[in-house]
Design a protein around this ligand. Structure first.
Ligand code: 3YP
Ligand code: ZN
Length: 370
């Protein structure tokens, strides 16, 4: 098994500036300057763990690259791209759209590299250079919609790669699995009417965006049934997540018979994450990834490309990311020192409220017998 891995130091230079987490610092509101939640630490430390653990020796480096205007415009409006270009010229940069998604001066070259790197990973998988690939990029992408960025995202990195796979590489059916704890609203919206791109988002119910990602969001027009949402209650752990993967995600992917599987890989469903209230461990993430790699092996020779999204605990995200990369590469290089502490906690068992949502999602997404 050859696993591709793409990282570039400039991803650590994506500058979300001095912030009080979600807001510009503001002494009149009691907001002391600190970091933006989406700062370089989690991703840079994941990369450093990949190197220090020795896992890097089992991975094949995929060169990063910039996305072209043409690639970005497959999913975004010319107005959105023009605004990112224009605000990149400002001495302090700008914001991708919603006021919580800042970028620095000339930040567009980093956002272009994030999107282009996911495209490069998809190409490497489709060309058979690697079996599967992981793009460790910033800024993230799964919230960005056609006309604006939002939720820390500038461009829809994975959506751009999916559009490339369809339009340039002639891939017929693509399944996108989004395990970031927030709803993958951007990717979903960009393919909402497309029956050939199945988007599945498993997330904590009603966290971000507000009122987005309910069970009844199932696609529109010819795309009805090609969007699946699994909005889990807060407090869901490894057991609930794996039940959802086994009862909803794997059967839906299997029935769809994708030629390529893409994953929006956030680690903010992690048990120590500050922005959500789920309790997935590194072992849980490895098991989820393993199930998805297995169904991709059944459907499409294991062709999987993953793009990094959220995850905000700088100490724990690296162990979750490493566990997923180990699952992809089929090697084990390091034990998560935290796993014995967090895996034994109450809450990993499947709870009734979780089972109810999962049963409803399974019912709504069940392949018709036609
Ligand atoms: C955006 C504002 C509050 C939560 C935040 C979510 C960003 C993220 O990790 N999306 O996947
Ligand atoms: Zn997230």
């Amino acid at each position: 098994m050859t696993t591709g891995y793409a990282y570039h130091e400039v991803f650590g230079w994506h500058d979300t500036s001095s912030y009080a987490g979600l807001f510009p610092a503001d002494p009149t509101r009691g907001l002391q300057p600190y970091d933006h939640f989406e700062n370089p630490e989690t991703k840079r430390r994941l990369h450093e763990l990949v190197v220090v653990s020795g896992l890097i020796d089992h991975l094949r480096a995929i060169p990063t690259r910039l996305a072209t205007d043409e690639e970005i415009l497959r999913v975004h409006t010319p107005e959105h791209l023009a605004r990112i270009v224009a605000e990149s010229e400002l001495p302090k940069g700008g914001d991708a759209g919603d006021g919580i998604s800042p970028f620095g001066h000339q930040g567009i070259v980093i956002a272009r590299r994030a999107a282009g790197t996911v495209v490069a990973c998809v190409d490497a998988v489709l060309d058979g250079v690697v079996h599967n690939a992981y793009a460790l990029v910033r800024p993230p992408g799964h919230h960005a919609i056609a006309g604006m960025g939002m939720g820390f995202c500038t461009f829809g990195n994975l959506a751009i790669a999916a559009a490339h796979a369809k339009d340039i590489r002639g891939v017929g059916r693509i399944a996108v699995v989004d395990w970031d704890v927030h709803h993958g609203n951007g990717t979903q919206s960009l393919f909402y009417a497309d029956p050939d791109v199945l988007t599945i988002s498993i997330h904590q119910d009603n966290v971000f965006p507000p009122a987005s990602g309910a069970l009844d969001e199932r696609g529109e027009g010819p795309g009805v049934g090609a969007a699946i949402n699994i909005p889990l209650p807060p407090g869901t752990g490894d057991g609930g997540y794996l039940h959802a993967v086994d009862e909803v995600i794997v059967p839906a992917v299997r029935a769809f018979r994708p030629e390529l599987v893409l994953v929006a890989s956030g680690f903010d469903a992690g048990i120590m994450d500050p922005l959500a209230r789920q309790m997935v461990t590194s072992g849980g993430f490895a098991a989820i990834a393993g199930r998805i790699l297995d169904v991709a092996a059944e459907c499409c020779d294991g062709r999987v490309a993953m793009s990094h999204e959220g995850g905000y605990n700088p100490i724990y995200v690296p162990f979750c990311g490493l566990a997923v990369l180990e699952a992809m590469a089929g090697v084990k290089v390091l034990d998560d020192p935290f796993l014995p502490v967090v895996a034994g906690m109450t809450g990993h068992e499947l709870k009734p409220a979780e089972a109810d949502v999962i049963a409803a999602a399974a019912r709504l997404s069940a392949p018709t017998s036609a």
